[in-house]
Design a protein around this ligand. Structure first.
Ligand SMILES: [Fe+2]
Length: 304
């Protein structure tokens, strides 16, 4: 048994989401017990924050790899310092839209890790919402309705939205969309480890199967309002040298653009995920694009 856990503690940040982890240095070699502790804590709290003053890109990779195989940086955006690192850089892109990472592929990442490098003197917080709390807060008839729905997710932007004004942002979007991907996921996903149900929607959803564009928008607006209810959201104010780990299977997040044009830089590394499963045990399916260079699609497990 590792003695490191004796000094470890969790400090809850909100009722539904978020905990600070004290006494674990993510730059250190972690024991199996410590990794199991963090995995359990992530299942319960959905998002964990660790102080990581000495952590570099290689250390972040080592840490993330303890939770599973890593994805490459992104299906279409090239890696940064290593092929697994996605540079999150306000000069290039500001992710100020509610989303779950890379849901346009058939097996989106299980876990996302974000390491803060340059943080503006004000603003730049990350919001993370518990989609489990969102699902649980729905009235029973709406839960039963949501259980039956499937949504199409894609990386090709909805051009009803305004085009970016900045050249760098426009170029990023062009790269982002360079290979189109489309996948169909259950609107209610059963978490593969905890069995919890969560609303699995977010910014890459372009419609609900079987509904018109207008009907889809109305249904999504209703469900998304539950995801983003303040009670379900952690608002994390960054310091440089921190590591935020969140369960991408049961959360959404949003980077608030409230820091003027000051630099904000983080490094993202993600852990491969399984293929989502609905409440009736049906798996998501890919409609368009081969993402195997990004994240190998696991074989169907016996339980699924
Ligand atoms: Fe993201």
């Amino acid at each position: 048994m590792s003695t490191s856990l004796d000094k470890t503690s969790l400090q809850k940040i909100t009722a539904h989401i978020g905990a600070r982890v004290h006494g674990i240095d993510p730059a250190a070699d972690l024991s199996d017990d410590t990794v199991a502790f963090l995995r359990d804590a992530l299942g319960e709290h959905k998002a964990l924050v660790l102080d990581a003053p000495g952590l570099d890109a290689a250390g972040q990779e080592r840490f993330a790899a303890r939770f599973g195989e890593l994805t490459t940086a992104h299906p279409t955006v090239p890696g940064g310092e290593t092929p697994n690192v996605l540079d999150v850089d306000s000069d290039i892109n500001k992710a100020n839209e509610w989303h779950t990472d890379v849901t346009f592929v058939v097996n989106p990442p299980a876990i996302s890790t974000l390491r803060s490098i340059v943080i503006p003197p004000y603003g730049g917080e990350t919001l993370i919402a518990s989609s489990a709390a969102a699902y649980a807060s729905l009235p029973e008839p709406l839960r039963a309705f949501a259980d039956t729905l499937w949504a199409v997710h894609t990386n090709v932007y909805d051009y009803a939205e305004p085009r970016p004004r900045r050249t760098a942002e426009a170029a990023y979007r062009e790269t982002f969309e360079s290979t189109p991907y489309e996948s169909v996921h259950p609107v209610v996903r059963v978490h593969p480890e905890t069995g919890e149900r969560g609303l699995f929607i977010g910014g890459f959803v372009r419609g609900i199967e079987g509904l018109s564009t207008t009907e889809s928008r109305d249904v999504l607006r209703l469900l998304q309002a539950h995801v983003t209810k303040p009670e379900h959201v952690l608002r994390w104010s960054w310091q440089p040298g921190q590591l935020l780990v969140f369960d991408n299977r049961i959360t959404q997040h949003y980077a608030i653009d409230n820091y003027d044009d000051q630099p904000r830089r983080l490094s993202r590394i993600t852990v491969s995920g399984d293929v989502p499963v609905s409440v009736t045990g049906q798996r998501s399916r890919a409609l368009l694009g081969d993402s195997s260079h990004y994240s190998a699609v696991p074989e169907r497990s016996a339980a699924a």
